[in-house]
Ligand binder design. Structure first.
Ligand code: ZN
Length: 182
């Protein structure tokens, strides 16, 4: 079988067969606390596509966090072909504060593509896009109903390579009109 490629996240290169937790620095808060986005990378030994799975872009949408926790416990990941990038909590600040938003009340899902020197939301969007989405061939971003909000089951997405998908933009289901973003 063909060997998998190494993956660079931040300034660290992960080799085939490596599994690691990474804390990507996002910004320093006014409390002098560093805000990071934690992710786990599982770089399989054998070649295959790269998939990202993320949750809690909206910090009060919790189901995806547990889904990723259970996914990361699965033994099948030991024989993974390709690479998995798992981000259980994208919006750590919102998650801690049980809030959909970031400290400046910005909605991360409306902040893409973001920028390296913008607001906390812009920086987080930019890091997520460059360090996770751009490294992947496919991606699943899990959302759910939040506090005082009901969501019917739905999937919305761009059914092609996600490298150029532009995370957070309005998306279209095949044969359907423009879907609402959740
Ligand atoms: Zn959401």
């Amino acid at each position: 079988m063909e060997k998998n490629n190494s993956v660079m996240i931040g300034d660290v290169v992960f080799a085939p067969g490596q599994r690691a937790n990474v804390n990507l620095p996002v910004a320093d808060l006014y409390t002098a606390t560093s805000l990071c986005m934690p992710l786990q990378i599982i770089c399989g030994r054998n070649a295959g596509p790269t998939l990202f799975v993320s949750a809690a872009v909206h910090g009060d949408e919790l189901n995806g966090v547990e889904i990723i926790r259970r996914l990361l416990r699965r033994k099948v990941l030991k024989s993974l072909s390709g690479t998995l990038l798992a981000v259980p909590i994208v919006n750590v600040h919102g998650f801690i504060n049980q809030s959909r938003y970031l400290p400046d009340r910005r909605d991360l899902n409306r902040s893409f593509p973001g920028s390296a020197r913008g607001s906390v939301a812009a920086r987080l969007a930019n890091i997520f896009l460059e360090q996770v989405v751009a490294k992947a061939n496919y991606g699943i971003d899990l959302h759910t109903g939040a506090i005082d909000r009901s969501n019917l089951p739905q999937n919305s997405g761009k059914y092609g390579r996600c490298n150029d998908a532009g995370a957070g933009k309005g998306v279209r289901r095949p044969g359907h009109a423009q879907c609402e973003r959740s």
